[in-house]
Design a protein around this ligand. Structure first.
Ligand SMILES: Cc1cc2nc3c(=O)[nH]c(=O)nc-3n(C[C@H](O)[C@H](O)[C@H](O)COP(=O)(O)OP(=O)(O)OC[C@H]3O[C@@H](n4cnc5c(N)ncnc54)[C@H](O)[C@@H]3O)c2cc1C
Length: 387
């Protein structure tokens, strides 16, 4: 590579143009409706599948587009610019399947990645529990070996796209005496007997993406559905987050870009004191700060994505954990600031549902919470610095 590691190539720019055009035409028009009704945007899912943008990270050998980590970031960013809920389609398909890409047998990869690549199934990730959030290793869900099977019991909480996904990476305790080393990862199917879902959580934002409990009652699955070796599930879960916190950063960037773009258009049109409010220096400085924060977070995210790509291809990157936490933290904090300022720049109109920035502000908040709160990201970064 003779260009900086994190610089988008020409194909990345072309991809961005393609996704932006699709998002403007087929995703943005459904965004307010998905927010208002809380219904999963199936039309958007179909449009993403038709353009092969629903799970771009799946390697070509499994029938996927084989896009690199930066390309996945760009897709999520551009979808989120129009609709944060919809951006969880490519993001959560990646979150659910990275455990397989990192650790699963070839048989498991083939069986489950191919339907995802074809757009026939979505894949969610089930780590959190009602009593085990930041301290995910305190999980109680059990998987007990019984002959050639495992039998799973427990409740997974806050699972994004639960109910609409057909497949779930589920972390469960196989050896209670071994702590985090006694946790294993499994593929659970929606169709497995004993799998059910809690009611949809009533959330502040990302309302078009269902968040539900996944309830496991005597769910018997064949032992070959374990992802990797017994006791490696927590390690796989954390290694996955090194790659996918970057996709949450991408979602945050997209939401922030959508808000900034809308605010710029608005302040040029809105007139007070006989001129566009964009003419006031107080407004201009706000816009400059918003764009500066966004671009700084974007560069960090692209840099982290480049590291993720190398790590995925057998070249471990010792600073990936730091960079993916830093990108997620910086981009989500920036998105919260930028969307709040966008509401401010629209004045009273910004505070109403007649304009999209209040939705963007509500949607931005989740990026500071999931895949580890930003307190946990700071803990992860500090641990990397001090070790
Ligand atoms: C909409 C939504 C979607 C989600 N999707 C998924 C999903 O698909 N799969 C999945 O597995 N999980 C998912 N989650 C769960 C999410 O990752 C957790 O909510 C998050 O990790 C925080 O856990 P908690 O909610 O239990 O908060 P807690 O861990 O109870 O934290 C409460 C507060 O304490 C702080 N805190 C906790 N520990 C520390 C510490 N050591 N130092 C400093 N501060 C600390 C936290 O930062 C937070 O402010 C989702 C959550 C939401 C809301």
């Amino acid at each position: 590579m003779d260009f900086p590691l994190y610089a988008p190539a020409e194909e990345h720019d072309l991809l961005r143009e393609t996704v932006r055009a699709l998002a403007d035409e087929k995703i943005a028009p459904h965004a307010a409706e998905a927010d208002e009704t809380g219904e999963f945007p199936w039309e958007v899912y179909k449009a993403l599948v038709a353009s092969d943008l629903h799970a771009v990270h799946v390697p070509e050998v499994y029938g996927g587009a084989g896009a690199d980590a930066l390309a996945a970031v760009i897709v999520i960013e551009e979808v989120a610019r129009a609709c944060a809920s919809s951006s969880l389609i490519p993001a959560v398909n990646k979150l659910g399947t990275v455990p397989l890409l990192l650790s699963a047998s070839e048989e498991v990869k083939r069986r489950y990645l191919e339907p995802v690549a074809r757009g026939e199934a979505m894949f969610s990730y089930a780590l959190s529990e009602p009593e085990a959030g930041s301290d995910a290793a305190a999980m109680k869900t059990r998987a007990v070996r019984d002959g050639d099977d495992y039998v799973l019991n427990g409740v997974k909480m806050w699972i994004t796209n639960a109910g609409v996904s057909d497949y779930y990476t589920v972390m469960a305790v196989t050896d209670p005496a071994a702590g985090a080393r006694g946790i294993s990862a499994f593929v659970v199917e929606k169709a497995d007997t004993g799998v059910s879902f809690g009611p949809k959580e009533r959330k502040l934002g990302i309302k078009g993406s269902p968040t539900r409990q996944v309830i496991l009652e005597d769910v018997r699955i064949p032992a070959w559905r374990m992802i990797g070796e017994p006791g490696t599930g927590f390690k796989t879960a954390l290694a996955t987050l090194d790659h996918t916190r970057i996709t949450i950063a991408a979602q945050a960037l997209g939401i922030a870009q959508g808000a900034l773009d809308y605010a710029i258009g608005y302040v040029k049109e809105r007139r007070q004191f006989g001129k566009p409010v964009a003419d006031f220096q107080g407004v201009q400085f706000m816009l400059a700060d918003m764009a500066m924060k966004l671009e700084a977070a974007r560069q960090l995210t692209y840099h982290a994505a480049a590291k993720s790509e190398l790590a995925m291809h057998g070249k471990p990157q010792k600073d990936l954990t730091f960079l993916s936490s830093a990108a997620k933290c910086a981009a989500s904090d920036a998105a919260m600031d930028i969307t709040t300022d966008a509401v401010q720049l629209l004045g009273g109109y910004g505070y109403t549902q007649d304009f999209p920035v209040e939705r963007m502000m509500r949607d931005a908040k989740i990026t500071q919470i999931y895949e580890g709160t930003n307190q946990i990201q700071r803990m992860v970064m500090a641990r990397q610095l001090l070790k």
